[in-house]
Design a protein around this ligand. Structure first.
Ligand SMILES: O=C(O)COP(=O)(O)O
Ligand SMILES: [Mg+2]
Length: 229
């Protein structure tokens, strides 16, 4: 086992960019929503840098970029609220049709979850993705049975980088923060973990707004979750 697991009783995982590469499906839904509004497609490469703050912020970033491509507003300008609402509803509709169609597990994920579970650790999932999409995705990938608790970006009033979802998980299982580990791909995961008093572990292959996740100073970095076990 990786030394970061010493004295750890509960491991909380991020979902997008950590366990699964979900950008192909997210990008299809973003582009379908933009098309409904008569706006140009964003494409996977852009969407990869926009994931991590939940679906509303994802669509806000997509709208900003699409409108900028038309040269109508400055990129800093927040899109009109009604337009954002329409874009978000369209995104949720398209994404919800089959959120796992092109979404794949990263290498080492299943081995790591198996080994951690066999070791008796409590496993939880904290994503900023809307809660409604978690079960269909996990079930499609055969992962649902691993997690004793899942929280989405809309499960509590606060989402990562706020530590509240992680504190909620630790309190739910009555485990001290010092015995908890947060595993994620973005600075939001590392900041939330640190603020909650968890140990933090980063994977460098996910989505972090185009920045190296090392810059967030996690307690450890692994190239693949297989290194954990
Ligand atoms: O912003 C999202 O929807 C994805 O979030 P996650 O990386 O917290 O799973
Ligand atoms: Mg992530």
């Amino acid at each position: 086992m990786h030394p970061i697991l010493n004295d750890i009783r509960l491991v909380t995982f991020d979902l997008d960019g950590t366990l699964v590469d979900s950008v192909p499906d997210l990008a299809l839904a973003v582009d379908a929503a933009l098309a409904e509004l008569g706006l140009p497609a964003a494409g996977e490469e852009n969407v990869r840098d926009w994931v991590g703050n939940g679906s509303l912020v994802l669509m806000e970033r997509a709208l900003r970029s699409a409108i900028k491509a038309y040269g109508e507003v400055s990129p800093k300008e927040v899109p009109d609220g009604a337009l954002l609402e329409r874009a978000h509803v369209a995104f949720l509709d398209h994404y919800g049709r089959d959120p796992g169609a092109h979404t794949r597990l990263y290498p080492g994920v299943r081995e790591a979850l198996d080994a951690l579970r066999n070791r008796g650790l409590i496993l939880a999932l904290v994503t900023n993705k809307p809660y409604a999409f978690i079960a269909p995705l996990l079930e499609g990938l055969g992962l649902a049975e691993y997690f004793a608790l899942c929280l989405g970006g809309d499960s509590l009033p606060e989402k990562k980088p706020d530590p509240a979802p992680l504190r909620h998980v630790a309190a739910h299982f009555d485990v001290s923060a010092a015995s908890c580990l947060m595993v994620g791909d973005s600075r939001h995961d590392i900041e939330a973990g640190r603020a909650a008093g968890f140990r933090t572990l980063a994977v460098p292959y996910g989505y972090n707004h185009g920045e190296p996740v090392h810059d967030s100073a996690p307690d450890g970095v692994v190239e693949s979750l297989a290194e954990l076990v």
